[in-house]
Ligand binder design. Structure first.
Ligand code: ZN
Ligand code: ZN
Length: 457
């Protein structure tokens, strides 16, 4: 007998943008939506709380290949060998690269910061799980178990290459999980597409990343591109370097192509453009899945961008910033010891450069601290490194997010008249704004990690 009611339990990324992993219990079937890793915590705290899984999930659905959505998958597969995993074909390819990179990064951090539990999984664990992932094309309905009537369909989320929202239909209850969405076109990605029969949806699980960001609705993409181009041009005219910290997946590819377009249009001069390692690897996959990008997207050849080199060597980083150039480097939040932090720590000692943030920076990251820093402040960019005196004042933020702003999220919720709305993937102020300002008169839930809520059909 199937029930109208289902259960929702979050293992992570509720009350924060952390490790996304949400368990849906529909009749006796367990579906895990995403299996992420916390981007700024260290050690086993990075993992969702897998002790809450009472049995192996019947299906694990990965919405996209950002680490906060897929980073714990190899670890979970060691706890539950044989668990079936589903995602879109581009997500599978990118996830393969991202997870192997994760193993390498954890290995480095183990030595640098003495985290003995690292790596939380091995390259072999990654290979084992990647082999068992079922790639499913967007808009192609699939089942998860011969004894189950549950049907699942991926739809276009507009966030990064391969990113999907997820429709889960059982005979008595339908769930729509937006995952990370962008409702407007980006440089390379076409906007999120709403589900076909919104009136059939009983429960909407919606991301809330920008719930606390005011006035983002007044920023038009092309105006922001123009402001960004002028800021870069100004720095280059002063003989400086423009550093753009970017996430390896999504933001880096978008920014590289925005910058190339601005050079072609004559807004910024022809100076070398550098891109850091993982962003380059993902760029190749963007090229391979060119047909999945926006129909009007143009993708510059990867070999137009130079490699930043070994910026952990101070002389390499210092040499890089001697001539005017544009550097697109990971990480977007400028975590310690990442290329963007290693380059920035030399740039901030001088006054003629520009550091331009183009995405979300979590609290407690170097990026967030640098955005707030004043000339004369000190900041540490490198673990065990000495604090650096900041002389640079040209540190700016641009709104190129791959996430919907809160007004757009509100429109998404209005367009899906579900009985239940569950808010996830947001810091507390963002969740609070979403809960009070959207979905009036509906059952609203801001769950805590580990809390199980019953969702009525
Ligand atoms: Zn994402
Ligand atoms: Zn996310």
């Amino acid at each position: 007998m199937s029930s109208k009611n289902i259960q929702f339990t979050s293992l992570g990324s509720v009350g924060e943008v952390g490790a996304s992993a949400h368990l849906l219990t529909i009749d006796c079937f367990h579906i895990l939506l995403d299996c992420g890793m916390h981007p700024s915590k260290e050690g086993p705290d990075k993992l969702p709380d897998f002790s809450m899984l009472s049995k192996a999930p019947d299906a694990v659905i990965i919405s996209h290949s950002h680490i906060d959505h897929c980073g714990s998958l190899p670890h979970m597969a060691t706890l539950f060998p044989g668990v079936p995993v589903y995602c879109t074909p581009p997500t599978l390819r990118i996830m393969d690269r991202m997870l192997h990179n994760c193993v390498s990064v954890m290995g480095k951090i183990r030595d640098e910061r003495d985290v003995p539990e690292y790596p939380l999984y091995s390259h072999i664990d990654v290979e084992n799980i990647i082999k068992r992932v079922y790639p499913i094309t967007m808009y192609k309905e699939f089942g998860i178990h011969p004894d189950s009537d549950i049907r699942i369909t991926f739809s276009h989320a507009g966030h990064v290459l391969g990113s999907a929202s997820v429709l889960i239909e059982s005979p008595n209850h339908t769930v729509f999980y937006t995952a990370d969405i962008c409702t407007v076109d980006q440089e390379l990605m076409e906007a999120y597409r709403p589900p076909k029969n919104p009136e059939k949806i009983d429960t909407l699980i919606v991301e809330s990343t920008y719930g606390a960001t005011e006035n983002a609705d007044q920023i038009l993409f092309e105006n922001e591109v123009e402001r960004f181009g002028s800021a870069i041009a100004e720095v280059l005219a002063d003989g400086g370097v423009a550093l753009i910290p970017s996430f390896a997946l999504g933001r880096a590819q978008e920014i590289l192509n925005i910058v190339t377009r601005l050079q072609e249009e004559g807004t910024i001069p022809w100076v070398p453009i550098y891109a850091s390692g993982l962003g380059r690897a993902v760029y190749e996959i963007y090229d391979d899945f060119f047909d999945d990008l926006k129909p009007t997207a143009e993708l510059s050849p990867l070999d137009e961008f130079l490699n930043v080199g070994n910026v952990w060597k101070p002389d390499v980083a210092r040499r890089l910033i001697q001539e005017p150039c544009i550097i697109v480097a990971t990480s977007g939040m400028m975590l310690e010891n990442t290329p963007s932090a290693m380059i920035a720590q030399h740039m901030v000692r001088e006054t003629h450069h520009g550091i331009f943030f183009v995405g979300y920076c979590a609290e407690d990251t170097v990026g967030a601290a640098l955005k707030e820093a004043k000339v004369g402040d000190q900041l540490v960019f490198e673990l065990e490194g000495a604090p650096v005196h900041i002389a640079l004042s040209n540190i700016q933020s641009f709104h190129f997010s791959a996430h919907a702003n809160r007004e757009e999220l509100s429109d998404v919720i209005d367009a899906i008249p579900s009985k239940n709305v569950v808010y996830v993937h947001g810091d507390p102020p963002a969740l609070e704004w979403m809960e009070y300002n959207t979905a009036e008169g509906r059952n609203k839930y801001v769950p805590a990690i580990g809390q199980t809520i019953l969702l009525e059909g």
